[in-house]
Design a protein around this ligand. Structure first.
Ligand SMILES: Cc1cc2nc3c(=O)[nH]c(=O)nc-3n(C[C@H](O)[C@H](O)[C@H](O)COP(=O)(O)OP(=O)(O)OC[C@H]3O[C@@H](n4cnc5c(N)ncnc54)[C@H](O)[C@@H]3O)c2cc1C
Ligand SMILES: *[C@@H]1O[C@H](CO)[C@@H](O)[C@H](O)[C@H]1NC(C)=O
Ligand SMILES: *[C@@H]1O[C@H](CO)[C@@H](O)[C@H](O)[C@H]1NC(C)=O
Ligand SMILES: *[C@@H]1O[C@H](CO)[C@@H](O)[C@H](O)[C@H]1NC(C)=O
Ligand SMILES: *[C@@H]1O[C@H](CO)[C@@H](O)[C@H](O)[C@H]1NC(C)=O
Ligand SMILES: *[C@@H]1O[C@H](CO)[C@@H](O)[C@H](O)[C@H]1NC(C)=O
Ligand SMILES: *[C@@H]1O[C@H](CO)[C@@H](O)[C@H](O)[C@H]1NC(C)=O
Length: 599
């Protein structure tokens, strides 16, 4: 009785023919769907999963990259650089143009080229931002639906709070009242907490509470202070939009198809739409490349662009939606003059400083010792415990801090933060040297970011070839205010380590910032900063009827029927936070907006 059933189930899940994530276009049953989603990334998979909850709606996802399945570096938290770094098979390999504000350095502009997009390769930090960030989005778009109170239920819907991999007592490290427990994305505290270092960080909040108060949970909407970081990790493994939203149960839905290795080039066959005078144009399909051939996928209801903050504006521009003069210069016929496409990019500049420490409890004890490294890997492999359960990147704690209210910098530029309970700075506390290089001594680092930047960048086309890499200008530190402010952020790092408890533990810093003049410190910032990979705003929301912006508050592209953008591109200004949580809630609300439009 039981044996045949078990066999049938095995065959069902194991059978290649039943997998609906298609490697080969020859197996794709159709090129006509209700919805075509371009990009199976952080946002795209959320929308695919939510829309296909309705069995009467058919969805195709076109993803340029390969599957996340079986990619160990995308699964083991400590190894994520192996999937994120330029030159990996899972990277778009983009480089920025020289950044004049950052000593003309060009930076790798990392973007995930893999199912799950950046959620399959990011640094895991789970930070929602300040309530004031979202209330500013509501004000900037004229839509209360983007306010903190209205968005908050979407944070809970997205999240599954999980025990840390070491099952330690987490009391006093977070506030359970503000977390979701049933959502697709696992969130947890450190599973290998580096107690010696953590004790110094927490002790400093007691010794210098005026400048660095302890904050039980930075995800409450009031992030200011120092607290334990939370991560999109569950049971020692990465939780991404691919693992969380495209579960086997979702993938088996007969109304959902995902095609890999399919890179969209542009929207095709613009025709006159009959929807409303405000939306005069509509597109009949999405052109994409699979192998060396071009295909067109058709959407009878909507095309949804979720190709991320580089891919989405590039596809819009390739399709003739953008600044008419710039399109003309490349010989691309303008379908709709929408000058904001690719503009108003907003990104966080990061800098930092390291100290040698009188201890061997640092990442170097693992990364610089092959025996220990192999032991740690084997432990993860055996039981999903040990140091490999945590990210190699962001650190143990984060602090969200402000310039003093009477800072002379506000004479140079008015306060760019969304309000007095939102940060100007992030500080990350890391048990390792800031630069990943071979070094046998032990270090800790304090990383400072300017998280309410004034500078803006852009994505523009380099050629009329839709597959050519676009021109990426982060505008990093292009506004003087950001560089001067980031220098103040580094001073806060020095102040943090002046607390008495660090004596005897901290050795010399790798660079003596305390001895620098203000001009030297600003020069140091310009020479030693890099991007946070938190780009937003390249297809930004603005109020309905505004003469700038790319999408309306319901995420529909202005002037076009049947086309939405749902990904980090629509966020009009970067929040004081790492950007996956905001992307997840934009996608969750975006899916609801689509459902409401077609119910
Ligand atoms: C290295 C790195 C580390 C980060 N660390 C953190 C962190 O610790 N915490 C945090 O909160 N945030 C972090 N972020 C930022 C965060 O991950 C992103 O803001 C967010 O995931 C963006 O989601 P998205 O849906 O807009 O785009 P993506 O997730 O990039 O999705 C876009 C998808 O579209 C696909 N695509 C693009 N162009 C095309 C095309 N033409 N045709 C078909 N498919 C296409 C891509 O391959 C990708 O799968 C990090 C980002 C990076 C790059
Ligand atoms: C990035 O470079 C690596 C190494 O050459 C390659 O495997 C990968 O396919 C490249 N990514 C893209 C999107 O071309
Ligand atoms: C950056 O490059 C520009 C153009 O080549 C040059 O004018 C400028 O002096 C350079 N700046 C620095 C700091 O090197
Ligand atoms: C950028 O956004 C601001 C609103 O924040 C708007 O005033 C401006 O016109 C936008 N610029 C472009 C080029 O879209
Ligand atoms: C760390 O230092 C202690 C005491 O000096 C020593 O016993 C231990 O072997 C060291 N561990 C590592 C991993 O270097
Ligand atoms: C390297 O790691 C091994 C195993 O943990 C440990 O015994 C050894 O002391 C370490 N070596 C150094 C130089 O710390
Ligand atoms: C992980 O475990 C498998 C067997 O379960 C083994 O084949 C593999 O070598 C292990 N890898 C590591 C890094 O320990």
């Amino acid at each position: 009785m039981f044996a045949p059933t078990a066999l049938a189930i095995l065959a069902f899940f194991g059978g290649v023919g039943f997998s609906k994530v298609y490697e080969d276009i020859a197996n794709l049953p159709s090129l006509k769907y209700d919805f075509v989603i371009v990009g199976g990334g952080t946002a795209g998979n959320v929308i695919a999963s939510r829309l296909t909850e309705n069995p009467h709606v058919s969805v195709l996802v076109l993803e340029a990259g390969p599957t996340n399945q079986g990619v160990l570096d995308a699964q083991v938290p400590f190894l994520s650089n192996g999937v994120s770094d330029t030159g990996s098979p899972y990277s778009w390999n983009y480089t920025t143009i020289p950044q004049a504000g950052a000593d003309n350095h060009s930076f790798a502009a990392l973007r995930g080229y893999i199912l799950g997009g950046c959620s399959s390769h990011n640094g895991f930090a789970y930070t929602r931002g300040a309530a004031a960030d979202f209330d500013r989005y509501a004000q900037m778009t004229g839509d209360e639906g983007w306010s903190w109170n209205k968005i908050f239920p979407y944070f809970l819907k997205n999240e599954r709070w999980s025990a840390p991999a070491d099952n330690h007592n987490t009391q006093g490290q977070f506030n359970p009242a503000i977390h979701g427990t049933k959502g697709p994305i696992s969130v947890s505290l450190l599973g290998y907490p580096w107690p010696e270092f953590a004790q110094h960080v927490i002790q400093t909040t007691k010794e210098l509470p005026d400048d660095f108060p302890f904050n039980l949970d930075m995800n409450s909407g009031k992030p200011l202070g120092i607290g334990w970081l939370q991560f999109t990790i569950g049971h020692g493994e990465r939780s991404s939009s691919a693992t969380g939203y495209l579960t086997p149960g979702v993938i088996q839905r007969p109304n959902l198809d995902v095609l890999l290795h399919a890179q969209a080039s542009k929207l095709v066959n613009p025709t006159q739409s009959k929807v409303s005078p405000n939306e005069p144009v509509t597109f009949q399909g999405v052109q994409f490349r699979y192998g060396t051939s071009l295909f067109v996928a058709k959407a009878s209801k909507e095309i949804i662009l979720s190709a991320g903050t580089i891919g989405t504006p590039q596809i819009l521009l390739n399709s003739g939606i953008g600044d008419r003069t710039a399109l003309q210069a490349l010989g691309i016929p303008t379908v709709l003059n929408l000058p904001s496409v690719g503009k108003n990019m907003s990104e966080h500049p990061y800098s930092g400083v390291s100290w040698a420490v009188n201890s061997n409890q640092t990442f170097e004890s693992i990364t610089q010792n092959a025996t220990r490294y192999n032991e740690a890997f084997a432990e993860w492999n055996r039981s999903h415990t040990g140091p490999f359960v945590d990210a190699g990147g962001p650190g143990t704690h984060a602090g969200w801090l402000r310039l003093k209210a009477d800072s002379p910098l506000f004479k140079i530029h008015p306060d760019p933060s969304p309000g007095p309970s939102a940060p100007h700075f992030e500080m990350l506390f890391q048990v390792r040297w800031i630069v990943r290089k071979h070094y046998l001594r032990h270090f800790i680092s304090l990383v400072a970011a300017m998280v309410s930047p004034v500078s803006r960048g852009s994505v523009t086309l380099s050629s009329s070839d839709p597959f050519a890499a676009p021109v990426i200008d982060l505008g990093l530190l292009s506004n003087e205010f950001d560089a001067l402010a980031l220098a103040e952020g580094l001073k806060l790092a020095l102040k943090f380590t002046s607390a008495p408890n660090w004596k005897g533990y901290l050795g010399a810093p790798t660079v003596d910032l305390a001895a620098m003049s203000p001009a030297e410190l600003t020069a140091y910032v310009r020479a030693n900063s890099g991007p946070g990979y938190h780009i937003v705003g390249t297809a930004g929301m603005s109020p309905r009827g505004a003469r700038y912006g790319v999408v309306d508050p319901d995420l529909k592209v202005k002037g076009i029927a049947g086309l939405r953008v749902i990904d980090a591109s629509v966020v009009p200004i970067v929040p004081g936070a790492h950007t996956q949580a905001v992307t997840y809630v934009v996608a969750e609300r975006g899916a609801d907006l689509v459902k409401q439009a077609w119910n």
